[in-house]
Write a protein that binds this ligand. Sequence first.
Ligand SMILES: Cc1cc2nc3c(=O)[nH]c(=O)nc-3n(C[C@H](O)[C@H](O)[C@H](O)COP(=O)(O)O)c2cc1C
Length: 447
Amino acid sequence: MVRSLKLSVFMSPTGGHVGGWRHPDAVSDAGFNFDRWIEFAQIAERGKLDMLFLADGNGVNGVDNPALLSRNPTTRPVVIEPVCLHSAIAAVTSRIGLVATATTTYDQPFSVARRYAGLDWLSKGRAGWNVVTSSNPEDSKNFSQKDHADLANRYERAGEFVDIVKDLWDSWADDAFLLDKESGQFLDGDKVRLLNHEGRYFSVRGPLNSARPPQGHPVVVVASGSADGMELAARTADVVFTVAETKESAQAFYADVKGRMAKYGRAPEELIVMPGASVFVGPTEADADRIYRELQELIPDSVGMPTLGRICGVDLSGCSPDDPLPPLPETKGITSFRNLAETMARRDNLTLRQLYQRILPARGHALMKGDPAQVADTMEEWLNDRACDGFNLVAAYLPAGLEAVVDLLVPELQRRGLFRKEYEGTTLRDSLGLARPANRFFPQAAD
Ligand SMILES: Cc1cc2nc3c(=O)[nH]c(=O)nc-3n(C[C@H](O)[C@H](O)[C@H](O)COP(=O)(O)O)c2cc1C
């Protein structure tokens, strides 16, 4: 059987390329203009993409560096909260999956279970939760905490958090709500389960004040590249987003994360692996090269250097762009992107300028550039060589980068039988080919 690709699109209000918002064809006001999101979502749905993914943080990333903050909107100075935004997008779309990020480090399981159950109801079964442990250490300061916990603690808390959320989604049997006007019985009191969870990080009584979501459980995504994150994904996730610069590193991640599943009684196909792919596609190779060059010229040293410093968790203000990467301190931030930058710099002997020019267009994700056939060739090879089950596509600038994916790349993938021509059903689980999970407390009830 020919395997087909699953495609997510990784959205941020100003596009995936650090200079993307400045391109003459780009719109850059999506942080405060909902009409832009209607347009983006409808383009993505026209392309039959599996899901629209909203990354998120709980703070502005560059407050300590005004020069960076004022020139680089990927510091997230203006972002609409993603469940809030997807709830509105749900009303103007009908098939595309709506994946929103929420952190297990600063949120509470009851609130997350409730919000995503709500999004699943509003979208008729298209919700997904991107589980993160938060990449920006300074978010702690917005949540009455001085410090960001270290990675191991964050993932331990994340494991307990995700289990509680899933249990809360199972609070009610699927057929608990009778709405029997005749007898006056609104619900069946035998079909609810109080959680009474007491754990290391949380105590939660339950039940959730929502009927079981249409998908049973909204799709659970884990975004990570670390071993702790892989373990969490192998045990709990339907999808894993990761970062891999080369096919070989993606293959290693794919084998590693899928290899961790058997001990949890899970089959490898129950987890969809989606590395990021930063796509620059044009009608011809020369067009793709031109767009890429135009965007690269929009990152001056004054933006490239401090942005690279943030990714690597090191202060580069005393360095020249022609210097090599200094030794990196330990970080509580995002290790996957940092480690990738370090490997690339040391392996290819890069100066800081060369490194930021390599990292920033794709933010460390694999760069796929060319005409539709060239990009499709690369994607097909990654799929066939078990480097991925699909991609989390980064569109460099909006909406043109997304339109290029939908109007140029998708038809080429469809022609090769590598991507759907129509949505398979109505829910995100239908698109991803994932079963609706049985209720673990009421397994016999209708699913
Ligand atoms: C592809 C990808 C996307 C991510 N998206 C986010 C995000 O939107 N918000 C966030 O706080 N962290 C995000 N993270 C980082 C996770 O929060 C992660 O749990 C944490 O920073 C540690 O990273 P690691 O497990 O990859 O080392 C992302 C990570 C990856 C690999």
